[in-house]
Ligand binder design. Structure first.
Ligand code: NAI
Ligand code: MG
Length: 359
Protein backbone atom coordinates (compact mmCIF):
# COMPACT_ATOMS: atom_id res chain seq x y z
CA UNK A 1 0.00 0.00 0.00
CA UNK A 2 1.28 3.45 -0.90
CA UNK A 3 2.38 5.46 2.16
CA UNK A 4 1.41 9.09 2.17
CA UNK A 5 4.11 11.49 3.27
CA UNK A 6 3.26 15.08 3.96
CA UNK A 7 6.10 17.59 3.88
CA UNK A 8 5.58 20.85 5.77
CA UNK A 9 8.58 23.10 5.02
CA UNK A 10 7.41 25.93 7.29
CA UNK A 11 9.50 29.06 7.81
CA UNK A 12 13.07 30.35 7.78
CA UNK A 13 15.50 27.61 6.79
CA UNK A 14 12.57 25.14 6.71
CA UNK A 15 12.28 25.19 2.90
CA UNK A 16 16.10 24.99 2.45
CA UNK A 17 16.50 21.87 4.59
CA UNK A 18 13.33 20.00 3.64
CA UNK A 19 14.32 20.32 -0.04
CA UNK A 20 17.43 18.21 0.75
CA UNK A 21 15.40 15.66 2.73
CA UNK A 22 12.97 15.32 -0.19
CA UNK A 23 15.90 14.38 -2.44
CA UNK A 24 16.62 11.45 -0.11
CA UNK A 25 12.95 10.45 0.05
CA UNK A 26 12.86 10.38 -3.73
CA UNK A 27 15.99 8.26 -3.80
CA UNK A 28 14.24 5.81 -1.43
CA UNK A 29 11.30 5.81 -3.83
CA UNK A 30 13.66 4.76 -6.63
CA UNK A 31 14.80 1.90 -4.37
CA UNK A 32 11.22 0.63 -4.35
CA UNK A 33 9.80 2.44 -1.33
CA UNK A 34 6.11 2.89 -2.13
CA UNK A 35 5.43 6.49 -1.14
CA UNK A 36 3.55 9.53 -2.34
CA UNK A 37 4.93 12.94 -1.34
CA UNK A 38 2.74 15.98 -0.85
CA UNK A 39 3.49 19.46 0.50
CA UNK A 40 1.40 21.91 2.53
CA UNK A 41 1.70 25.17 4.42
CA UNK A 42 2.20 25.53 8.16
CA UNK A 43 3.40 28.20 10.60
CA UNK A 44 4.16 31.75 9.50
CA UNK A 45 4.06 30.78 5.83
CA UNK A 46 0.51 29.51 6.32
CA UNK A 47 -0.45 32.59 8.34
CA UNK A 48 0.79 34.89 5.57
CA UNK A 49 -1.07 32.95 2.88
CA UNK A 50 -4.26 32.01 4.70
CA UNK A 51 -4.35 33.96 7.96
CA UNK A 52 -4.02 30.75 9.98
CA UNK A 53 -0.84 28.91 11.09
CA UNK A 54 -2.65 25.59 10.77
CA UNK A 55 -5.12 25.85 7.87
CA UNK A 56 -7.89 23.26 7.78
CA UNK A 57 -6.55 21.87 4.52
CA UNK A 58 -3.15 21.24 6.11
CA UNK A 59 -4.71 19.54 9.12
CA UNK A 60 -6.83 17.28 6.89
CA UNK A 61 -3.76 16.33 4.85
CA UNK A 62 -1.82 15.67 8.06
CA UNK A 63 -4.56 13.43 9.40
CA UNK A 64 -4.59 11.46 6.15
CA UNK A 65 -0.80 11.08 6.02
CA UNK A 66 1.16 8.09 7.30
CA UNK A 67 4.03 10.33 8.25
CA UNK A 68 4.86 14.03 8.28
CA UNK A 69 8.20 15.72 7.72
CA UNK A 70 8.35 19.20 9.21
CA UNK A 71 11.08 21.81 8.66
CA UNK A 72 10.63 24.48 11.34
CA UNK A 73 8.24 27.30 12.13
CA UNK A 74 8.53 30.84 13.44
CA UNK A 75 10.50 34.00 12.94
CA UNK A 76 10.75 37.57 14.20
CA UNK A 77 8.22 38.93 11.70
CA UNK A 78 5.44 37.01 13.47
CA UNK A 79 6.57 37.60 17.07
CA UNK A 80 4.57 40.82 17.20
CA UNK A 81 1.26 39.13 16.40
CA UNK A 82 -1.01 39.95 19.30
CA UNK A 83 -3.40 37.09 18.76
CA UNK A 84 -1.45 34.16 20.23
CA UNK A 85 -3.64 31.73 18.33
CA UNK A 86 -2.21 33.08 15.07
CA UNK A 87 1.46 32.64 15.97
CA UNK A 88 3.45 30.13 13.91
CA UNK A 89 4.22 27.96 16.99
CA UNK A 90 0.49 27.38 17.33
CA UNK A 91 0.57 25.54 14.02
CA UNK A 92 3.04 23.07 15.47
CA UNK A 93 1.32 22.72 18.85
CA UNK A 94 -2.00 22.29 17.03
CA UNK A 95 -0.61 19.46 14.91
CA UNK A 96 0.84 17.68 17.95
CA UNK A 97 -2.44 17.96 19.80
CA UNK A 98 -4.78 17.14 16.90
CA UNK A 99 -2.78 14.08 15.90
CA UNK A 100 -2.22 12.98 19.50
CA UNK A 101 1.57 12.89 19.05
CA UNK A 102 2.29 12.07 22.69
CA UNK A 103 5.58 10.21 22.30
CA UNK A 104 8.54 12.43 21.50
CA UNK A 105 11.81 10.66 20.76
CA UNK A 106 14.89 12.85 20.93
CA UNK A 107 18.20 11.14 20.39
CA UNK A 108 21.41 12.83 21.48
CA UNK A 109 24.09 11.10 19.50
CA UNK A 110 27.64 12.31 19.10
CA UNK A 111 29.19 11.55 15.75
CA UNK A 112 32.81 10.64 16.47
CA UNK A 113 33.78 12.78 13.47
CA UNK A 114 32.38 15.83 15.29
CA UNK A 115 33.83 15.17 18.74
CA UNK A 116 35.55 18.56 18.91
CA UNK A 117 32.20 20.34 18.43
CA UNK A 118 31.09 19.43 21.96
CA UNK A 119 31.62 21.88 24.79
CA UNK A 120 32.57 18.97 27.06
CA UNK A 121 35.85 17.10 27.16
CA UNK A 122 36.20 14.35 24.57
CA UNK A 123 36.48 11.60 27.21
CA UNK A 124 33.21 12.70 28.82
CA UNK A 125 31.20 12.64 25.59
CA UNK A 126 32.92 10.29 23.16
CA UNK A 127 30.52 7.50 22.26
CA UNK A 128 27.55 9.41 23.67
CA UNK A 129 24.25 7.88 22.54
CA UNK A 130 21.18 8.78 24.59
CA UNK A 131 17.50 8.57 23.73
CA UNK A 132 15.18 10.92 25.56
CA UNK A 133 11.51 9.91 25.53
CA UNK A 134 9.45 12.98 26.34
CA UNK A 135 5.69 13.06 26.92
CA UNK A 136 4.44 15.70 24.49
CA UNK A 137 0.71 16.28 24.78
CA UNK A 138 0.12 16.60 28.52
CA UNK A 139 1.67 17.97 31.69
CA UNK A 140 2.01 21.61 32.60
CA UNK A 141 2.03 22.87 28.99
CA UNK A 142 -1.58 21.81 28.55
CA UNK A 143 -3.06 21.51 32.07
CA UNK A 144 -6.18 23.46 33.04
CA UNK A 145 -6.83 25.83 34.70
CA UNK A 146 -4.22 28.22 33.42
CA UNK A 147 -4.01 31.95 32.99
CA UNK A 148 -3.13 35.32 34.45
CA UNK A 149 -5.74 36.96 36.65
CA UNK A 150 -6.24 39.53 39.33
CA UNK A 151 -6.36 38.22 42.89
CA UNK A 152 -6.40 40.48 45.97
CA UNK A 153 -5.29 43.49 44.00
CA UNK A 154 -2.37 41.93 42.18
CA UNK A 155 -1.96 39.83 39.06
CA UNK A 156 -1.08 36.16 39.46
CA UNK A 157 -0.03 33.72 36.79
CA UNK A 158 -0.81 30.02 37.13
CA UNK A 159 -0.54 26.73 35.28
CA UNK A 160 -1.58 23.23 36.23
CA UNK A 161 0.75 20.26 36.18
CA UNK A 162 -1.45 17.24 35.62
CA UNK A 163 -0.97 13.68 34.33
CA UNK A 164 -3.43 10.80 34.45
CA UNK A 165 -2.28 7.25 35.13
CA UNK A 166 -3.24 6.34 31.56
CA UNK A 167 -1.06 9.09 30.10
CA UNK A 168 1.90 8.03 32.23
CA UNK A 169 1.46 4.37 31.39
CA UNK A 170 1.25 5.14 27.66
CA UNK A 171 4.56 7.03 27.55
CA UNK A 172 6.09 4.54 29.99
CA UNK A 173 5.44 1.69 27.57
CA UNK A 174 7.04 3.60 24.69
CA UNK A 175 10.13 4.10 26.85
CA UNK A 176 10.37 0.50 28.09
CA UNK A 177 10.01 -0.77 24.51
CA UNK A 178 12.69 1.67 23.37
CA UNK A 179 15.04 0.52 26.16
CA UNK A 180 14.45 -3.05 25.03
CA UNK A 181 15.66 -2.19 21.52
CA UNK A 182 18.74 -0.47 22.94
CA UNK A 183 20.84 -1.20 26.03
CA UNK A 184 17.96 -2.12 28.39
CA UNK A 185 18.57 0.73 30.79
CA UNK A 186 15.73 3.15 31.52
CA UNK A 187 15.98 6.17 33.80
CA UNK A 188 12.69 7.84 34.72
CA UNK A 189 13.13 11.49 35.64
CA UNK A 190 10.70 13.21 38.02
CA UNK A 191 10.49 15.51 41.01
CA UNK A 192 8.77 12.98 43.26
CA UNK A 193 10.20 14.55 46.41
CA UNK A 194 8.07 17.66 45.86
CA UNK A 195 5.36 17.20 43.22
CA UNK A 196 2.45 14.79 43.75
CA UNK A 197 1.90 14.41 40.01
CA UNK A 198 5.39 12.98 39.69
CA UNK A 199 4.92 10.76 42.75
CA UNK A 200 2.17 9.14 40.68
CA UNK A 201 4.54 9.12 37.67
CA UNK A 202 7.13 7.15 39.67
CA UNK A 203 4.48 4.75 41.00
CA UNK A 204 3.19 3.97 37.50
CA UNK A 205 6.73 3.39 36.13
CA UNK A 206 7.36 0.97 39.03
CA UNK A 207 4.12 -0.82 38.27
CA UNK A 208 5.12 -1.32 34.62
CA UNK A 209 8.62 -2.56 35.43
CA UNK A 210 7.73 -6.25 36.14
CA UNK A 211 6.32 -6.48 32.59
CA UNK A 212 9.78 -5.62 31.27
CA UNK A 213 12.05 -7.72 33.51
CA UNK A 214 14.87 -7.44 30.98
CA UNK A 215 14.97 -3.63 31.39
CA UNK A 216 16.74 -2.08 34.37
CA UNK A 217 14.59 0.81 35.67
CA UNK A 218 16.03 3.61 37.79
CA UNK A 219 14.65 6.95 38.98
CA UNK A 220 16.28 10.35 39.23
CA UNK A 221 15.11 13.78 40.36
CA UNK A 222 15.18 16.28 37.53
CA UNK A 223 17.69 18.63 39.16
CA UNK A 224 20.12 15.78 39.64
CA UNK A 225 19.45 14.57 36.08
CA UNK A 226 20.46 18.00 34.76
CA UNK A 227 23.66 17.77 36.77
CA UNK A 228 24.43 14.20 35.71
CA UNK A 229 23.86 15.05 32.04
CA UNK A 230 26.76 17.46 32.09
CA UNK A 231 28.88 15.52 34.62
CA UNK A 232 28.72 12.00 33.21
CA UNK A 233 26.21 11.79 30.35
CA UNK A 234 27.27 8.34 29.21
CA UNK A 235 25.62 6.77 32.28
CA UNK A 236 22.28 7.20 30.47
CA UNK A 237 20.74 5.06 27.77
CA UNK A 238 17.00 5.83 27.64
CA UNK A 239 15.49 8.64 29.72
CA UNK A 240 11.72 8.99 30.12
CA UNK A 241 10.14 12.13 31.49
CA UNK A 242 7.21 14.54 31.28
CA UNK A 243 6.68 17.37 28.86
CA UNK A 244 8.44 20.28 30.57
CA UNK A 245 11.36 18.37 32.11
CA UNK A 246 11.81 16.65 28.74
CA UNK A 247 11.84 19.95 26.89
CA UNK A 248 14.66 21.27 29.04
CA UNK A 249 16.73 18.08 29.41
CA UNK A 250 16.54 17.23 25.72
CA UNK A 251 17.88 20.65 24.73
CA UNK A 252 20.72 20.26 27.24
CA UNK A 253 21.48 16.75 25.95
CA UNK A 254 21.38 18.03 22.37
CA UNK A 255 24.06 20.58 23.12
CA UNK A 256 26.38 17.89 24.51
CA UNK A 257 26.75 16.81 20.91
CA UNK A 258 27.73 20.35 20.03
CA UNK A 259 25.76 20.67 16.85
CA UNK A 260 22.08 21.53 16.82
CA UNK A 261 22.12 21.04 13.06
CA UNK A 262 22.67 17.29 13.48
CA UNK A 263 19.79 16.13 15.67
CA UNK A 264 16.53 14.65 14.41
CA UNK A 265 13.37 13.94 16.39
CA UNK A 266 10.19 11.91 16.11
CA UNK A 267 6.76 12.42 17.63
CA UNK A 268 4.47 9.41 17.52
CA UNK A 269 0.83 8.69 18.27
CA UNK A 270 -0.97 5.50 19.26
CA UNK A 271 -1.59 4.56 15.62
CA UNK A 272 2.12 4.68 14.80
CA UNK A 273 1.62 7.84 12.76
CA UNK A 274 4.46 10.23 13.28
CA UNK A 275 5.79 13.68 12.70
CA UNK A 276 9.55 13.94 12.12
CA UNK A 277 11.54 17.13 12.41
CA UNK A 278 14.97 18.52 13.21
CA UNK A 279 15.42 19.66 16.83
CA UNK A 280 16.52 23.11 15.80
CA UNK A 281 14.28 26.05 14.92
CA UNK A 282 13.85 28.11 11.76
CA UNK A 283 17.21 29.91 12.11
CA UNK A 284 15.97 33.18 10.57
CA UNK A 285 19.54 34.56 10.72
CA UNK A 286 20.66 32.20 7.96
CA UNK A 287 17.37 31.54 6.11
CA UNK A 288 17.40 31.42 2.32
CA UNK A 289 21.21 31.60 2.11
CA UNK A 290 21.79 27.94 1.28
CA UNK A 291 24.16 27.55 4.25
CA UNK A 292 22.00 25.71 6.83
CA UNK A 293 22.91 22.17 7.83
CA UNK A 294 20.34 19.78 6.31
CA UNK A 295 21.59 16.69 8.18
CA UNK A 296 19.14 16.86 11.11
CA UNK A 297 16.28 16.88 8.61
CA UNK A 298 17.79 14.08 6.55
CA UNK A 299 18.27 12.05 9.76
CA UNK A 300 14.62 12.79 10.57
CA UNK A 301 13.74 10.98 7.34
CA UNK A 302 15.73 8.01 8.67
CA UNK A 303 13.66 8.10 11.88
CA UNK A 304 10.50 8.24 9.77
CA UNK A 305 11.55 5.13 7.91
CA UNK A 306 12.39 3.34 11.15
CA UNK A 307 9.45 4.33 13.35
CA UNK A 308 6.52 5.00 11.01
CA UNK A 309 7.20 3.11 7.78
CA UNK A 310 8.86 0.01 9.22
CA UNK A 311 11.86 0.27 6.89
CA UNK A 312 14.83 -0.08 9.27
CA UNK A 313 17.18 -1.08 6.48
CA UNK A 314 16.64 2.05 4.43
CA UNK A 315 16.88 4.06 7.67
CA UNK A 316 20.25 2.50 8.43
CA UNK A 317 21.41 3.20 4.92
CA UNK A 318 20.63 6.91 5.28
CA UNK A 319 22.43 7.04 8.64
CA UNK A 320 25.46 5.32 7.16
CA UNK A 321 25.45 7.74 4.23
CA UNK A 322 25.51 10.69 6.65
CA UNK A 323 28.35 9.12 8.59
CA UNK A 324 30.32 8.52 5.39
CA UNK A 325 29.94 12.13 4.35
CA UNK A 326 31.23 13.19 7.77
CA UNK A 327 34.21 10.89 7.25
CA UNK A 328 35.11 13.09 4.30
CA UNK A 329 36.04 16.72 4.99
CA UNK A 330 32.70 18.19 3.85
CA UNK A 331 31.05 20.40 6.49
CA UNK A 332 28.30 23.00 6.55
CA UNK A 333 29.35 26.19 8.36
CA UNK A 334 27.86 25.19 11.75
CA UNK A 335 30.08 22.11 12.03
CA UNK A 336 33.10 23.34 10.10
CA UNK A 337 36.52 23.78 11.65
CA UNK A 338 40.05 24.50 10.47
CA UNK A 339 40.89 21.69 8.06
CA UNK A 340 37.45 21.00 6.67
CA UNK A 341 35.85 22.06 3.42
CA UNK A 342 32.85 24.32 3.84
CA UNK A 343 29.87 23.35 1.69
CA UNK A 344 26.38 24.72 1.13
CA UNK A 345 23.08 23.16 2.16
CA UNK A 346 22.49 21.71 -1.29
CA UNK A 347 26.07 20.45 -1.70
CA UNK A 348 25.74 18.63 1.61
CA UNK A 349 22.40 17.15 0.53
CA UNK A 350 23.91 16.01 -2.76
CA UNK A 351 26.87 14.41 -1.00
CA UNK A 352 24.55 12.37 1.24
CA UNK A 353 22.46 11.44 -1.77
CA UNK A 354 25.49 10.15 -3.59
CA UNK A 355 26.70 8.13 -0.59
CA UNK A 356 23.17 6.74 -0.17
CA UNK A 357 22.98 5.65 -3.82
CA UNK A 358 26.30 3.84 -3.54
CA UNK A 359 25.46 2.29 -0.14
P1 NAI B 1 17.21 28.09 16.14
O1 NAI B 1 17.40 26.65 16.40
O2 NAI B 1 16.39 28.46 14.99
O3 NAI B 1 18.64 28.80 15.98
C1 NAI B 1 19.63 28.83 16.98
C2 NAI B 1 21.02 29.04 16.35
O4 NAI B 1 21.40 27.83 15.69
C3 NAI B 1 21.02 30.12 15.27
O5 NAI B 1 22.24 30.78 15.30
C4 NAI B 1 20.89 29.36 13.97
O6 NAI B 1 21.47 30.00 12.88
C5 NAI B 1 21.59 28.05 14.31
N1 NAI B 1 21.02 26.91 13.57
C6 NAI B 1 19.84 26.31 13.82
N2 NAI B 1 19.62 25.33 12.95
C7 NAI B 1 20.68 25.29 12.13
C8 NAI B 1 21.04 24.49 11.01
N3 NAI B 1 20.25 23.51 10.54
N4 NAI B 1 22.21 24.74 10.42
C9 NAI B 1 23.04 25.71 10.86
N5 NAI B 1 22.76 26.49 11.90
C10 NAI B 1 21.59 26.30 12.55
O7 NAI B 1 16.59 28.72 17.48
P2 NAI B 1 16.15 30.22 17.79
O8 NAI B 1 17.07 31.18 17.15
O9 NAI B 1 15.93 30.25 19.24
O10 NAI B 1 14.71 30.37 17.15
C11 NAI B 1 14.47 30.90 15.85
C12 NAI B 1 13.01 30.72 15.50
O11 NAI B 1 12.71 29.32 15.41
C13 NAI B 1 12.05 31.30 16.53
O12 NAI B 1 10.98 31.90 15.86
C14 NAI B 1 11.58 30.08 17.30
O13 NAI B 1 10.30 30.24 17.84
C15 NAI B 1 11.58 29.03 16.22
N6 NAI B 1 11.72 27.65 16.71
C16 NAI B 1 11.00 26.69 16.06
C17 NAI B 1 11.11 25.38 16.42
C18 NAI B 1 10.35 24.37 15.62
O14 NAI B 1 9.78 24.69 14.60
N7 NAI B 1 10.31 23.14 16.04
C19 NAI B 1 11.96 24.96 17.53
C20 NAI B 1 12.74 26.03 18.10
C21 NAI B 1 12.60 27.33 17.72
MG1 MG C 1 12.57 23.28 23.18
Amino acid sequence: MTCKILVLPGDGIGPDITAEAIKILKACQKQGLDIEIEEALVGGAAYDAEGDPLPRETLLKAQAADAILLGAVGGPQWDKLEDIAKRPERGLLGLRKELGLFGNLRPAFLYPQLAEASSLKAEVVSGLDIMIVRELTGGIYFGQPRGIEERDGQRVGFNTYVYSEAEIERIGRVAFEMARKRNRKLCSVDKANVLEVTMLWREVMERLAPEYPDVELSHMYVDNAAMQLVRAPKQFDVIVTGNMFGDILSDAAAMLTGSIGMLPSASLNEKGQGMFEPCHGSAPDIAGQNIANPLATILSVAMMLRYSLDEPELAGRIERAVSQVLDSDLRTADIAYADTRKVSTSEMGDAVLEAFRKG
